[in-house]
Write a new protein. Structure first.
Length: 285
């Protein structure tokens, strides 16, 4: 058997097209705005920020970029965030991570207004996710659910196993799956007999950060496998957390790396920014 490929690049394009249509139907007076703050000169972060700006412009989201030098103080970053919290043109604020060592990341993220926290990292939005109340959810987990939905993979009643319990991927995606009525196991580095746990999964989500860690013997025949990992091998190749070729012989459907979860993350950032404008309008009424 050869797994159906879940094409994240194509699905992300469909999501962006939907967003673009919705923004253009709203007319020029209601434009969602996103501000991105980048501290330092990390080349990977610069590429991410450039991409985010390009994607914003392509769908009609107004974008602002704040590039601050590597030695910027924590107070200065916080002042920048506070000023954007007050700016009516801006509906989403994203602080590109990682931040330089002299800056307390948690303090900065908790300064972002929960109403503009399109990354879903503020503790109030994390709490809302736990309570299953409307708020912002981080973009990669949202993207995973959108991939499953648009590929018509049934979540309700499925056994879902998430490998990795990070705050930005593992934990939130486990909660989203739970709210969609999956039976969820959140596994991690101290899980006993991880292979046996993974073999129970109808939906297996790998968010570990270890190249080709999920092998064929860990996958139930016909399972849907979502690979969140992005790992660079010594030979320069980019691979996920799943051993793609052997696993694709047994899985029912799976995402490639690159071209799976990655493109969905930015698409969901755009979606959250538009959502933020809609929340603002609702509060204004
Ligand atoms: P993280 O390092 O914060 O968390 C990794 C998790 O994996 C931990 O909870 C840990 O318990 C678990 N883990 C580590 N070793 C394990 C083992 N041997 N067995 C079982 N579990 C183990 O990572 P993260 O931020 O969640 O990212 C995970 C991967 O996803 C990375 O490769 C990252 O680059 C990638 N990522 C991709 C996107 C995207 O947009 N595609 C977004 C975020 C992260």
């Amino acid at each position: 058997m050869s797994a159906t490929r879940i094409d994240g690049k194509q699905i992300a394009k469909e999501v962006r097209d939907d967003i673009q249509r919705e923004i253009s139907a709203r007319g020029a007076k209601d434009v969602p705005g996103l501000a991105v703050i980048l501290v330092g000169e990390d080349p990977a972060s610069q590429v991410y920020v450039r991409n985010k700006r390009k994607m914003c412009e392509a769908v009609g989201i107004y974008a602002e970029e704040y590039q601050l030098p590597e030695n910027t103080s924590e107070d200065k970053v916080i002042k920048q965030v506070e000023s954007l919290n007050q700016d009516p043109k801006i509906h989403g604020i994203l602080v590109q991570l990682p931040l330089p060592k002299q800056i307390n990341t948690r303090r900065v993220l908790d300064t972002v207004s929960p109403d503009k926290d399109v990354d879903g990292f503020h503790y109030m939005n994390v709490g809302k996710l736990v309570a299953n109340r409307p708020g912002f959810v981080s973009c990669t987990p949202l993207g995973i659910i959108a991939l499953l939905d648009r590929s018509k993979i049934k979540i309700e009643g499925a056994n879902a196993v998430v490998v990795g319990r990070s705050d930005i991927v593992g934990k939130p995606v486990a909660l989203l799956l739970l709210h969609r009525h999956a039976t969820v196991t959140l596994s991690h580095s101290r899980t006993r007999d991880l292979a046996a746990v993974c073999r129970e999964a109808d939906i297996l989500i790998a968010a570990i950060g270890k190249p080709q860690f999920i092998t064929k013997d860990m996958v139930k025949p016909g399972a849907t496998v979502i690979d969140v990992g992005i790992n660079r091998l010594p030979d320069g190749r980019l691979v996920g957390d799943v051993d793609f070729d052997p696993v694709s012989e047994i899985a029912g459907a799976m995402t490639p790396v690159p071209g799976g979860v990655g493109p969905m993350t930015i698409a969901m950032l755009l979606s959250n920014t538009l959502q933020s404008l809609k929340f603002t309008e609702k509060r204004g009424r």
